[in-house]
Design a protein around this ligand. Structure first.
Ligand code: LLP
Length: 385
């Protein structure tokens, strides 16, 4: 049996092609988001009954309407800068501050102070704030972000554990923090860990929960275990997608073992990646020996992921869906950079100037990572209901 979301979300753009084409009548390129699909993905995550609270990782997509959809589904927000905190507070002035989790990395004292003033929940991912700014946190409630030591995820650049990673407090360092915590009456209400992004093994979150639960023995006030994000999506045909039922089953076992702890997760990609597409128009086509280059009107200035991680995004010629794919195309943008390739060896039909090109799975870490490189504005964002 197919999971409900697969039916609704997967290839949603095929069903809503007319609306997509309409969006491109007045522009050369656009990020198009499907808000109904965002809600559907959240519902799918909410089927993990072992999880007590979900926080959407705002860094993945901070479009106000996307955030509003998440808010309406009742979930919280994981934020990594005071600016993300402020966006959430501006959009939802009545929000319970327990729905905002602030987990910055190497942030200034000033930023932590502001977060404390706002009253949001806060996670420290280094010993430094406790060692040097302990007075700031005296009598406050905090979370500690642990380095799980083993990094996971789709690319070396998104794995966040071990000595080569700048994130998290090494487990062996926690003991020396205990006297500081005690002396300043700091309440460690929860532990937090994130191993990386784009994880496709169902067991991962239960492993994380066990690790955190074992560390929690040192901290009598710990009530919450935040297992981080990292929920991967299926990008290539040979990948197997995550199964919510299996994740739930394994987490329920952990909960049976550690009934005093509530479990939290903070996914970004899983909620928005497949709900967004990047659509652009063909500018020129070039054949160079065996290489068939299809140039489109936007490139790494809109979507940085292929250049940064060699990420794979399926690409289709929306104008010629039924024609035979007799090329292995290199789809490129107009940026003066050799890595400005959005896809390589993509099966493609004969393609012509003005054709509409659609790039899949662009809803997470797409527009948020865009730049104005070469003075080319990134694709603007449009939301479909
Ligand atoms: N929690 C923490 C502490 C994180 O650092 C991240 C992502 C998340 C949650 C959300 O992870 P997700 O569920 O989206 O995998 N730009 C890269 C991904 C970088 C992720 C950074 N941290 C990409 O495009 O693949």
């Amino acid at each position: 049996k197919k999971p409900a979301t697969e039916v609704v979300v997967e290839k949603w753009w095929q069903q809503r092609r007319g609306e997509i084409e309409q969006c491109l009548e007045s522009r050369e390129n656009a990020y198009i988001y499907n808000l109904a699909a965002v809600a559907e993905n959240i519902k799918n995550l909410q089927s993990i009954s072992a999880v007590d609270q979900i926080f959407f990782a705002v860094k993945a997509n901070n479009h106000p309407q996307v955030l509003t959809t998440a808010y309406e589904q009742g979930i919280g927000f994981e934020t990594v800068s005071i600016f993300e905190v402020e966006r959430i507070k501006e959009l939802f002035p009545a929000i319970d501050t327990n729905r905002i989790f602030f987990t910055p990395n190497f942030a200034s004292h000033n930023e932590y102070q502001k977060a404390l003033d706002y009253g949001v929940m806060l996670s420290l991912d280094s010993s430094y704030p406790l060692k040097y700014w302990a007075k700031t946190f005296a009598n406050k409630t905090i979370f500690l972000r642990i380095d799980p030591n083993v990094g996971k995820g789709h690319h070396e650049n998104v794995r966040t554990a071990g000595a080569t990673s700048k994130f998290g407090i090494p487990i062996q360092e926690l003991e020396e923090l205990l006297p500081i915590i005690k002396e300043h009456n700091i309440k460690v209400l929860g532990l937090h860990a994130h191993a990386g992004s784009g994880i496709l093994t169902n067991e991962h979150w239960a492993e994380h929960a066990r690790l955190l639960a074992s560390v929690a023995k040192q901290f009598p006030d710990v009530k919450y275990l935040n297992l981080g994000g990292g929920f991967g999506i299926k990008e290539r045909a040979q990948q197997t997608e995550l199964t919510m039922e299996q994740i739930n089953q394994s987490l329920l076992e952990v909960k049976a073992q550690y009934p005093d702890h509530q479990l939290w997760i903070e996914p970004g990609r899983y909620i928005v990646a497949n709900t967004g597409v990047l659509v652009s128009k063909v500018t020129q086509v070039k054949q160079k020996q065996n290489y068939y280059y299809v140039g489109i009107n936007t490139g790494m200035n809109s979507l940085m992921r292929p250049a940064l991680y060699g990420s794979y995004h399926n690409i289709v010629n929306l104008s010629r869906m039924t024609e035979s794919k007799n090329h292995l195309a290199t789809v490129v943008g107009p940026i003066c950079e050799s890595t400005d390739k959005l896809g390589i060896e993509i099966p493609f039909p004969d393609t012509f100037e003005g054709d509409l090109i659609l790039i899949e799975n662009a809803g997470a870490y797409g527009h948020v990572m865009s730049t104005h490189y070469n003075m080319r504005a990134p694709a603007e964002e449009v939301c479909l209901p």
